[in-house]
Design a protein around this ligand. Structure first.
Ligand SMILES: Cc1ncc(COP(=O)(O)O)c(C=O)c1O
Length: 369
């Protein structure tokens, strides 16, 4: 018996979530962040606001002010909200709160399309849930009949659907996802709307009629990634269970205050930046589509996934390295399986995107040699 034996079997061969940070990055386009910092005068005003936070006290255990603001903004009851240290934490909390194996089963299950957000798999593994992965088709679309069959067969406790999806950018039908929630009332169906600001349509209006539907959001993708604030909207009965596993004081006082201040003072600025990203996404996608040996997947998120060559020759990884050497950091997805040959770029500022588009042809040429 060693300490290693204490680690759940599912975790032993797993790798940690790793984000490379090479030297000399001139355009950081790898993390689906907003490229825009707050304007200097706004940052100063925020600084003055944050100076009033009492750092020697614990934060409000229940982020009441933020909760009231978000509830009013979304037109839901405050009791329908749970806040997390990013939506990552909410995903983990869902596993912890709803991870009991069904009668007759030894383990609970979580279903999600594949490829999708990597933390679904990590959270399932680390909470002892078996992952049921529904493969996307070659266009990164979801076959809802396949998903329906998988849900019927596996009876997952939780089913996650990122609308739009990361890392593919594709948007699957929100109505079809709601349909799955209707047909599988004893599965919690989570509409992960992390990228809603960049495309798609919210399932929030369907919540009232679907007690097993959860809508999850984050501030990370709309300019506040550093704050680590996410929230979900669900029936109060679900919220009550989640509150039992929420770590005390999980959202820091500075984060609560900054989120509330930015959301209530800078909404127009946020919306304008998101619109700019959508326009830049179109420009980037159009430019990428003209390049030989590049296949662009249509995206409704602040990301564009593209495949280089046939995906089987390691060329995408060489392109990634060549871009990084030129100071342009994108996300390398390339690995055997459906993401073979794929890279993902997050639209940056127009200047950063110009740099990416200027450096990519040389990186492609170098990788072909
Ligand atoms: C689909 C999806 N959901 C949730 C998250 C987690 O976001 P955060 O923990 O920053 O709120 C991400 C992050 O990339 C994501 O892509």
């Amino acid at each position: 018996m060693s300490l290693r034996d204490l680690v759940p079997r599912a975790l032993r061969g797993a790798t940690a979530y790793h984000v490379p940070r090479p030297e000399g990055v001139r355009a950081k386009l790898d993390a689906n962040e907003s490229p825009w910092p707050l304007p200097a005068d706004v940052a100063e005003a925020l600084g003055r606001e944050l100076a009033t936070v009492e750092l020697h006290r614990y934060p409000e255990a229940d982020p009441a002010a933020l909760r009231a603001f978000v509830a009013a903004d979304l037109g839901v009851a405050p009791a329908q909200l749970v806040f997390g240290n990013g939506s990552d934490e909410l995903i983990a909390m869902l596993c912890a709160a709803f991870g009991e194996p069904r009668q007759g089963a030894t383990r609970a299950r979580m279903l999600y399309p594949d490829p999708s957000f990597v933390y679904y798999a990590i959270a399932a593994k680390s909470h002892g849930l078996d992952a049921i992965e529904v493969p996307l088709d070659d266009d990164m679309q979801l076959d809802f009949e396949l998903a329906d069959d998988a849900m019927r067969g596996a009876a997952p406790n939780l089913a996650f659907f990122a609308l739009p999806n990361n890392p593919t950018g594709t948007l699957w039908s929100p109505d079809e996802v709601a349909g799955l929630a209707v047909r599988h009332p004893d599965t919690l169906v989570i509409a992960d709307e992390a990228y809603l600001a960049y495309g798609g349509r919210t399932l929030l209006p369907r919540l009232a009629g679907l007690p097993n539907l959860i809508v999850m959001r984050t501030l990370s993708k709309i300019g506040m990634a550093a704050l680590r604030v996410g929230f979900l909207v669900a029936a109060p009965a679900i919220v009550d269970v989640l509150e039992k596993v929420r770590p005390p004081y999980n959202v820091g006082a500075l984060n609560q205050r900054a989120a509330l201040w930015i959301l209530s003072h800078q909404r127009a600025w946020i919306d304008a930046r998101c619109a700019e990203v959508v326009a830049e996404r179109a420009r980037l996608a159009a430019a990428l589509a003209t390049l030989p040996d590049v296949r662009v997947f249509p995206s409704e998120a602040n990301l564009i996934m593209f495949r280089v060559g046939n995906g089987r020759d390691g060329r995408a990884t060489r392109v990634w390295k060549a871009l990084a050497a030129r100071g342009v950091l994108v996300r390398r997805l390339d690995r055997p399986g459906p993401l073979a040959g794929c890279l993902r770029v997050t639209p940056g500022t127009p200047a950063e995107n110009d740099l990416f588009l200027a450096e990519l042809p040389a990186a492609l040429a170098a990788s072909a040699a």
